[in-house]
Each structure stands twice: as C-alpha cells, then as structure tokens.
Design a protein around this ligand. Sequence first.
Ligand SMILES: C[S@@+](CC[C@H](N)C(=O)[O-])C[C@H]1O[C@@H](n2cnc3c(N)ncnc32)[C@H](O)[C@@H]1O
Length: 299
Amino acid sequence: MTDPAGHRTVQSMSAAAFAGIAALAKAEAGLVMPPNKLNMVQSRLRPRLAELGLETYDQYASFVASADGVGERRQMLSALTTNVSHFFRENHHFEMLREQVLPELATRAREGKSVRIWSAGCSSGQEPYSIAMTILEHAPELAALDTLILATDIDPRILETAAAGRYSENQITTIPEPMAARHLHEAANQFSVNDTVRKLVRFRELNLFNPWPMRTRFDIIFCRNVVIYFDSETQNSLWPRFEAALRPDGWLFLGHSERVSDSYSRRFRTVGMTAYRPQAANTTTVQQAIEKEEPYGTA
Ligand SMILES: C[S@@+](CC[C@H](N)C(=O)[O-])C[C@H]1O[C@@H](n2cnc3c(N)ncnc32)[C@H](O)[C@@H]1O
C-alpha cells in the first residue's frame, strides 16, 4: 500500500498484533508491555516491517512468533528494550565502590584471589566503563591482578556500541574532568575509552532469563535500571539467582526505583541506598544453587 506521494504505508497495529508481540516480549525477555505502550511498540517496530517488506503488524506478529522468526525475535527485543545509560549514573554506588568495596577487594586480590564484577544489563557500556575507571583511579593494583568486569546485555546491537567504546562530548559530561582526561582520548569529534579501561571489561550477549553459564561467583553485581521493565513475578525469579551468583560476602547494586522484593529481603541485608549484601546464613543454599550452573569460560 502507498500514500498519495508514493511512500509505502503501514496499517496501525491491531490489538491482536500488539497482544501477540507483548506476550512474546514477556516470554522471551520478561519485558512488560501494558496496552498504553501500543504506540511506542508500533513506532519502534515500524523500521522492522520496512526492513522485512511487510505491510501489516499482524503479518509481523505472526512471523516473529513462527519458527522462521527466531532471528527476528532478537531484532524485536533489541527494538523494544530501553537503552538509556550514562557514565557514573547514580553516583552513590561509585562512592560506595571507592570507599568500602574496593578496599575489601584489594585485600582479597593481594591474597591471590580473583575479583569478578558483573554489569548485568550494561547497555551502551557506560556502567562497566565507569566501574573500570573507578578501579583504575582508586585501586589501581586491582587492574594489575586478576580482575575482570563481565558486561552483559540481551541486545546485540547495543553491545556493539558498548564494545566500540566511543562517545560524544555530551555523553561524557558526567565523568569528572581529570578522570576523563586520563581515561579517554579524542578522535574525530568523539571520545574513545582508553585500552587500559577496555582491558578490564568483557562484553557478552546474555538474556537474564536464559541459563547463566558463568563459572565463578561475583564480588559485585550491578543490575541497575533493568528489572524495572519486568513485573514482580519475573523480578522474583531473579533474586535467588543473583544471590546464587554472588559470593557470600558480595554486593548487589540495583537502580534507584528498584528493590529486592519483601519476600526475598530476608536473604539480603540492605547496606546503603539500593545496595545489598547476602545474609551469611544462606551460604550453603547458595553453594547448592551454584553447582547447577553450567561453565561459562569467560568470567
Ligand atoms: C535502561 S538500560 C540500563 C543500563 C545501565 N545498567 C544503567 O543503569 O545505566 C537497561 C538495559 O537492560 C537490558 N535488558 C532488558 N531486558 C533484558 C534481559 N531480559 N536480559 C538482559 N538484559 C536486558 C536492555 O537491553 C538495556 O540495555
């Protein structure tokens, strides 16, 4: 179908197409799409219809749910996820990292133990790079020891942006000036993260609702501004898994409007604003849970 000017037009999304797409987004990635998101879903998926040469959202909904639509499901989730991020977002976690967490981890590292940090839902990379810069500034000996930041996201396209590590001048304004000068370099009006920072970070595609194949447990998990897109039942499926993936004396940081739900709050103690540590009493359960995990080989 074309409009009078000869441009291809696409019909509005039907309630049935929206329901099918919303159900798939929930089943695949835990994303909640209430009916008032129809316009947003429609506009974010319009380029996908153009790319596939489809004329209706009903055709798209059928295709993406079919066996042949497996590749398109990744594209659909990429289009539907919200990737907003910035450097040193919710800075209180970086203050805590600097003042409380890194001194503890430096002691462990000096004893020959590895340090593993997970940025779960890392989006375009600002979160893991902010962690790496904090390490280089405040505990540089960690960078020379066995320290890695695993940065994962469901969205393969945003991971490419993250791995490229190139940002506009506007995007780097939240990095304190002397730090920016030490850890970024300018080329062609863009600011690239230096290799010393990049070396600490490994990017991987991972849907939080698929098995987590990591081999080691983490000292810190940052999962900030991610679970806000899931309903409470879906969030509740994650808390025991985060607990299992953390070392018994680890740390969990959530986004400003996220909380470990009341039914799991006995398994974590609050140690700061949206900052948690596991209750030591759960160590055995944690060990049993972790033994079921498959090897990952990168963390
Ligand atoms: C708003 S960004 C948060 C980025 C960063 N953590 C921060 O606070 O700045 C949310 C990220 O979560 C990712 N995400 C959403 N659902 C996910 C899932 N099921 N598994 C893994 N990542 C997911 C999105 O792709 C997006 O990049």
